[in-house]
Design a protein. Structure first.
Length: 68
């Protein structure tokens, strides 16, 4: 997921996407433990997507605090 795409989303949409990715990461880690993982790269990519979403959410929250 690209940063430009994330920035166009609303706060609630970003939070929903973050929840989905956390669930996806949990499932990927579980599959890895069972030896059914397709690719270890997918876990790394999911972690990076989560970090991007969290960073943008934090930026949005700090901007909301300054504007108020």
């Amino acid at each position: 997921m690209k940063v430009k795409e994330i920035r166009t989303l609303a706060h609630s949409e970003i939070q929903n996407k973050l929840d989905e990715l956390k669930e996806k990461l949990f499932k990927q880690k579980f599959q890895k433990t069972l030896g059914q993982a397709e690719s270890p790269y997918k876990i790394r990519q999911t972690k990076r997507d989560i970090a991007r979403l969290m960073t943008i959410l934090k930026e949005m929250r700090s901007q909301d605090g300054k504007d108020a």
